[in-house]
Design a protein around this ligand. Structure first.
Ligand code: NAD
Ligand code: 0WE
Length: 263
């Protein structure tokens, strides 16, 4: 059975085939959704266009979410192309590179502003615009990370931005719930994507988590896509304001070493 037949989904945050947004796009498309894709900067078009083609996507728009004008223009085009939409996916996060090194206490005012603007405020702005195109209700989804809940070395100001994003998920769910719009977040375990590629020691982090998660492995983009499919479909009709962990169970641990270590 196809879960999203006749549904229209707008997905922000695709950079390349490794993007979590692409894992989600494929999962939603497989279940019959019509997809629209948005990317950040002109240089990404050559990566995104062939992917769009694979899913028969004809709505591919550039939108830098730090610009109110670009957000407005993108939704005006979406309104023209789709009329109404049913699903919004926000898979965007950014902090200046230098903020993801050294100590959080050294975060600059500008770095803080940028990280919270791009990673958290953009979710509010996109949700407000998307809600206008959801007269019959809908499902809104964002991507977060464990660094919002607990200190992860070097995640720094992104952890604070993700904490704001998670709180926004709850406030947006409360505001939009009466209109039949659900708002949820997936807290994904570490996955090697473009956003992770620039992080010193990321490969070590992947081994660290794979050695400790209850499932003794990491998760991938397809698994995030499957949970996104559930949250975007009527299977989750009673779920809103929730943060769903897709992290092979890492977040439940109270001690980071597996039992063997204590024997
Ligand atoms: P990615 O690099 O493929 O995606 C991040 C996207 O954000 C890119 O497409 C980038 O172009 C976009 N972006 C950055 N600044 C933007 C701007 N100003 N306007 C519009 N778009 C902008 O990496 P990803 O890992 O797929 O990240 C997607 C989401 O998943 C992010 O929110 C990230 O924080 C979250 N996440 C990632 C992991 C991980 O380990 N990879 C884990 C948990 C959560
Ligand atoms: O949210 C993220 C990545 C966010 C990110 C990555 C970059 C790299 C390039 C935000 N901004 C930038 N800016 C750049 O210039 N993740 C959840 C992946 C991630 O990033 C980490 C992690 C994990 C996990 C950074 C430090 C520690 C762990």
């Amino acid at each position: 059975m196809k879960l999203l037949e006749g549904k229209k989904a707008l997905i922000f945050g695709i950079a390349n085939k490794n993007s979590i947004a692409w894992g989600i796009a494929q999962a939603l498309h497989e279940h019959g959704a019509e997809i629209g894709l948005s990317y950040a900067i002109p240089q990404l078009e050559k990566r995104v266009s062939p992917l769009a083609e694979q899913l028969g996507v004809t709505f591919v728009e550039m939108c830098d979410v730090s610009s109110d004008e670009q957000i407005e223009a993108t939704f005006a085009k979406a309104a023209e192309h789709f009329g109404e939409i049913d699903i919004l996916v926000h898979a965007i996060g950014f902090a200046p590179r230098e903020e993801l090194d050294g100590r959080y206490v050294d975060t600059s005012r500008e770095g803080f502003k940028i990280a919270l603007d791009i990673s958290a405020y953009s979710f509010v702005a996109l949700s407000r615009e998307a809600a206008k195109l959801m007269p019959n209700g809908g499902s809104i989804l964002t991507l977060t990370y464990y660094g919002a809940e607990k200190v992860v070395p070097h995640y720094n100001v992104m952890g604070v931005a993700k904490a704001a994003l998670e709180a926004s998920t709850r406030y947006l769910a409360a505001d939009l719930g009466p209109d039949g719009i659900r708002v949820n977040a997936i807290s994904a375990g570490p996955i090697k994507t473009l956003a992770a590629a620039g992080i010193a020691g990321f490969r070590k982090m992947l081994t660290y988590t794979a050695d400790r998660t209850p499932l003794r492995r990491n998760v991938d983009q397809d698994e995030v896509g499957q949970t996104a499919l559930w949250l975007c479909s009527d299977l989750s009709s009673g779920v809103t304001g929730e943060i769903v962990h897709v992290d092979a169970g890492y977040n439940i641990l109270g001690m980071s070493e597996p039992p063997e270590k204590w024997e």
